[in-house]
Design a protein around this ligand. Structure first.
Ligand code: MF3
Ligand code: CO
Length: 252
């Protein structure tokens, strides 16, 4: 069931989202450096959140063992931070974070490039970010439906020769981490296709691969990697449909 949010609830979710945007912004401009471990990044984010009297919503969610999901190169999503996973020059580091601020949940992800990477890797990151904004633009149209988002994301990734993950989707968010509806990055004929309505808060999150779209779920129970071990990228925003139209909440 889709939980429509009141203005007051959206205001609480907005505050949580703005906090998350500030944290992800603080990791831009070369802050993620070669030689750091993914655990170092996790520790930084965890402390940053606690200092602001909020909680990392991923920690212990269905047993997830860390504050952040950090997925490098062929890892697509849900990577577990590790002290022996050392970042190298040219890596694509996807950081996916959820904050719980006074019960209001935000969800956002970005792929950061460490130093200089290959031309095709640069293109993958750029196109994945564009896919997110194509999805958001589709969701902003009047009378838009959920599958308009997936259609727009898929079209942009596909025309650039990239793969689109199907096994994982965006989702409703705000009062819980994963709410209805599912928000796929392709056109699904088996999922519901509700109209976007005032009060809906959803996370749009294209997960795009340089090679094939096929995945492997790793035996750690969390990490999802590309089957061909080519790189992947992931960008995510939490957006709300308000009486003023669509608002990107995780962007200030
Ligand atoms: N943004 C991630 C998602 O929507 C959050 C996952 S938290 C985890 O799937 F605990 F499940 F990793
Ligand atoms: Co999400």
């Amino acid at each position: 069931m889709i939980q429509l949010k009141t203005d007051e609830q959206i205001e609480g979710i907005r505050k949580s989202c703005h906090m998350l945007c500030e944290l992800l912004d603080s990791l831009e401009d070369g802050k993620i450096k070669e030689g750091m471990s993914t655990k170092d990044i996790d520790r930084y984010c965890h402390e940053w959140i606690l200092k602001r009297n909020a909680k990392p919503a991923c920690l212990h969610y269905e047993g997830f063992p860390a504050a952040t999901c950090i997925s490098v190169n062929d890892e697509i999503i849900h990577g577990i931070p590790k002290s022996n996973h050392i970042i190298k020059e040219g890596d694509l580091v996807s950081i996916d974070l959820c904050i719980n601020l006074k019960g209001y949940i935000s969800d956002s992800a970005r792929t950061y490039i460490v130093g200089k990477t290959g031309a095709q890797e640069e293109k993958l990151v750029k196109v994945t970010r564009e896919c997110l904004y194509k999805g958001i633009e589709a969701a902003s149209q009047s009378h838009a439906r959920i599958m308009d988002i997936g259609a727009a994301v898929f079209k942009h990734a596909d025309r650039n020769g990239f793969g689109v993950i199907r096994e994982y989707c965006g989702h409703g968010v705000g009062l819980e981490l994963h709410e209805d509806p599912e928000v796929p990055n392709y056109v699904s004929h088996s999922l519901g296709n509700p109209r976007l309505r005032e009060g809906m808060v959803i996370a749009i999150e294209p997960m795009i691969t340089m090679g094939s779209r096929h995945i492997i779920d790793m035996p750690d129970g969390w990490t999802v990697v590309t089957a061909d071990h080519k790189p992947a990228a992931h960008f995510e925003h939490t957006v709300a449909i308000t009486h003023n139209g669509l608002e990107i909440l995780t962007q200030i």
